[in-house]
Write a protein that binds this ligand. Structure first.
Ligand SMILES: Nc1nc2c(ncn2[C@@H]2O[C@H](COP(=O)(O)OP(=O)(O)O)[C@@H](O)[C@H]2O)c(=O)[nH]1
Ligand SMILES: [Mg+2]
Length: 317
């Protein structure tokens, strides 16, 4: 299909065209540059929400309930899952997968899983470009789900307007989250599985960490400063879903009223460009001759006849 036809159908929110366009971006097909250029004029309308947290916290469950809730209210919702254990990506129980298929059969909901292959920076870039496609296709919300155990959640936070961290009362969740750097990236928290024992202790533990890391909380509040909060939910029973939507809207309003949304998006675009340039330079740099030079001189470094830094200098000279 020609790019112009694809773009035209994309603008009509044809789901097959949307899927096709995301694949083109993901695989960096020849036409993807033209495609992304053609959709640029349409960008900036979708609101991008990152959802991260430990495996099994209920992220996919929550996102699907959020999508349903928003879609019932007439909004169009897209979901990108960057999570190998996600029902969206096929790594889940059959029942979960059936529910996902049901979800994506709704006209106003689009679900897509993304492979985690490639460099981490590449993941961020690809996710963002896929979100661009969904933005151009007229989705009001783009949710990006990723499991919060490594670097990928930091990429997601960078790609999102609002980042939601999902935790559970399960032992050590909040401590793990703190170690993994999730506390810093959360615009607010969802304490999911509130039907499980230990909810109050978990709530207090997260509050304490928040009070330490955001000392203005509880004092006279500066409207310019955002204070993360905690929303309790039981995603599997559809409870707390509306409160999470309100949390997202509250953060959205905060970003707009303090003129912070555009700088945030500007920073995101900046990082995408840096990523693309770095990848291009890396690819064009490593030709056969340079790889051979590298391999040939490694033994010299091993024998202490050449320093690693000098080898790098020689290669880039
Ligand atoms: N008890 C309980 N189970 C839940 C809740 N939310 C999700 N689950 C279950 O927890 C499991 C993991 O959920 P999933 O959404 O796949 O988690 P993810 O790995 O974070 O995406 C599934 O079996 C869900 O049905 C909840 O609020 N309470
Ligand atoms: Mg999941």
């Amino acid at each position: 299909m020609a790019v112009t036809d694809l773009v035209e159908r994309l603008f009509e929110s044809d789901k097959r065209a949307v899927a096709r366009a995301i694949s083109a971006v993901e695989d960096q097909e020849n036409d993807h540059l033209k495609l992304l250029t053609s959709i640029q004029q349409r960008l900036g309308r979708a609101y991008r929400v990152g959802v991260t947290g430990p495996p099994g916290a209920g992220k996919s469950t929550l996102v699907s309930k959020l999508a349903r809730f928003l879609n019932d209210g007439g909004r169009r919702v897209a979901i990108i899952a960057v999570d190998p254990t996600s029902p969206f990506t096929g790594g889940a129980l059959l029942g979960d997968r059936v529910r996902m298929m049901e979800l994506s059969s709704r006209e106003g909901i689009f679900v897509r899983s993304m492979a985690t292959r490639g460099s981490l920076g590449g993941l961020s870039k690809t996710t963002q470009l896929a979100a661009d496609v969904l933005d151009a296709a007229g989705y009001d919300y783009v949710f990006m789900e990723t499991v919060g155990v490594g670097q990928s959640e930091l990429d997601i936070a960078e790609a999102a307007d609002t980042t939601v961290v999902v935790l559970t009362p399960e032992s050590g969740d909040s401590v793990q989250a703190m170690k993994a750097g999730l506390m810093e990236i959360a615009d607010f928290f969802v304490l999911n599985k509130a039907d499980r024992p230990g909810v109050d202790q978990s709530y207090n533990a997260i509050s304490t960490i928040l009070q330490i890391s955001h000392p203005q909380m509880g004092e006279e509040r500066d409207s310019e400063i955002w204070s993360p909060f905690i929303v309790k939910a039981i995603a599997s029973e559809n409870r707390g879903v509306e409160e999470v939507v309100k949390g997202i809207e509250k953060h959205h309003n905060y970003l707009t009223s303090t003129n912070k949304l555009l700088p945030r998006r500007r920073e995101r675009i900046r990082n995408v460009v840096l990523d693309i340039v770095a990848e291009k330079l890396r690819r064009s740099f490593w030709n056969e001759a340079r790889l051979a030079e590298l391999e040939g001189k490694l033994d010299l470094v091993l024998a202490n006849k050449l320093s690693a830094i000098q080898l790098a200098e020689d290669l880039t000279r």
